[in-house]
Design a protein around this ligand. Structure first.
Ligand code: HAM
Length: 420
């Protein structure tokens, strides 16, 4: 146990760090281009926020939250998603009183869900998310989706299509709930206990049940798209026109309901091409009621979240992972104990000039130092010592071509920096 990470968690190892940095850089650039600024919110929040925000009939709240009492007897929950915390911060910090829309993104925020760990489903994962507060037009969703697709394309990912749906608003949803209840009729008694409870409290959520017998019953249920009010229909039509104009491929999927209760009108997902069946690469949508529901002024809003680990799975499956760049430009080898200080100083001089430099930390022999330099993929080895150093020069070896040249000690660091 001591040397085993908790089930469903993963270390990010040093040899994978460059991949995370690469993805993060693309995410930052894409978000910044669309005018989004970074927000960071705590890893834990008051449990109440998620009960009210995510919804007490969702799987996340009913089955998956990491909830505990702190030493002050407050109920605390590790973030099971990123939106509720961003909304809480938007309200608490009066961001609604500043210029709207307020566009924010969070970068690889740790998210915790007590799920059954399997490929692509972790108990701790990391989300990049974008949230726009104070924009009511479907251009908001179009901007979110095109920014997201631009980011994924900049990583090289191909063949991704966006699945969109509209799940209506408080005006038209009761009509759908009635239609769904009528369709389910007596069959509700054959469904699982959770669905029976949801039938009374929140029938739409029944469509999100993973139990096979329940899925079988709902597969021919009426779809909410047929019950939309004029405003929701128009919103959905405009979104489609905007995506078409951007040449963003999309499919209308009336079965997307999403696993969180706050959505209104648009919901969307990108389904993984190569992952397990039905696993989403990304999910999001509009949530016009949430800010007010959590105590802020009525503010339309929309956003999405995408898991870094799933981006990595998709990149790996599409064979798009770049090789790790070398961590060292120059390895500074010393020729014996009396050369340790000059060699160390030379490495420091290189670093001061922004060169990735490394030197011996173990009193290794020259042969072992060369072997090490080779292993870490150093482009050059600078040899400090011997006759050369006595003559006031440092020998520089190009590890690929094996060519060697001598550089005057005083100007060697700058000369190397200029070569790179
Ligand atoms: P979500 O669909 O629950 O939405 O999660 C968003 C993304 O997080 C998923 O598409 C997936 O990439 C990743 N993800 C979710 N659960 C796991 C898991 N167990 N293991 C690995 N990756 C996972 C939300 O969380 C909403 N807050 C998104 C949103 C933002 N909607 C509006 N704004």
């Amino acid at each position: 146990m001591l040397t085993q990470a908790p089930k469903g968690t993963r270390d990010m190892l040093p040899q994978d760090a460059y991949l995370w940095h690469w993805i993060e850089q693309k995410e930052r650039e894409a978000a910044a281009r669309a005018g989004y600024r970074e927000i960071r919110t705590p890893v834990f929040e008051h449990t109440e926020l998620f009960l009210r925000g995510v919804g007490d009939t969702t799987d996340i709240v009913q089955k998956e939250m990491y909830t505990f009492k702190d030493k002050g007897d407050r109920s605390i929950t590790l973030k099971p998603e990123g939106t509720a915390g961003a909304v809480r911060s938007f309200i608490e910090n009066h961001l609604f009183a500043e210029t709207l829309p307020c566009k924010v993104y969070y970068l690889n925020a740790p998210i915790f869900r007590y799920e059954n760990p399997q490929s692509g489903r972790l108990r701790e994962h990391h989300q990049f998310g974008m949230e726009c507060f104070g924009g009511k037009e479907p251009t908001v969703e179009a901007e979110l989706i095109s920014t997201l697709m631009g980011m994924l394309t900049s990583l090289g990912l191909k063949n991704l299509s966006v699945h969109i749906n509209s799940i209506g608003c408080p005006n038209c949803r009761p009509k759908y709930h009635a239609a769904l209840k009528q369709y389910l009729g007596d069959n509700i008694h054959c469904m699982c206990a959770t669905c029976r409870e949801r039938f009374e409290k929140n029938p739409l959520r029944i469509l999100d049940c993973k139990e096979e017998k329940c899925r079988d019953i709902v597969k021919d249920a009426p779809v909410i798209l047929d019950c939309l009010c004029d405003e929701c229909r128009e919103h959905f039509n405009q979104l489609q026109a905007l995506l078409t104009a951007q040449k963003i491929p999309f499919e209308i999927d009336p079965h997307i309901v999403r696993g969180l209760d706050y959505y209104t009108k648009t919901v969307f997902e990108i389904i993984m091409q190569s992952g397990r069946e039905g696993l989403a690469l990304c999910g999001g949508g509009r949530y016009d009621g949430l800010v007010e529901q959590l105590g802020g002024p009525a503010t339309p809003a929309a956003g999405f979240g995408i898991g870094a680990e799933r981006i990595l799975i998709e990149l790996r499956n599409q064979n798009l992972l770049p090789p790790e760049p070398s961590t060292t430009d120059v390895y500074v080898a010393n020729l014996g104990a009396d050369m340790k200080i000059p060699a160390f100083s030379f490495a420091q001089a290189l670093r001061a000039l922004n060169v990735k430099a490394d030197s011996d930390l173990n009193g290794r022999s020259l042969k072992a130092q060369f072997k090490y330099a080779d292993k870490i993929g150093a482009r050059y080895v600078a040899l400090v010592g011997g006759d050369e150093y006595a003559r006031g020069v440092i020998k520089l070896r190009d590890m690929a071509t094996k060519e060697e040249k001598e550089l005057p000690v005083d100007t060697a660091a700058q000369a190397v920096a200029d070569m790179l």
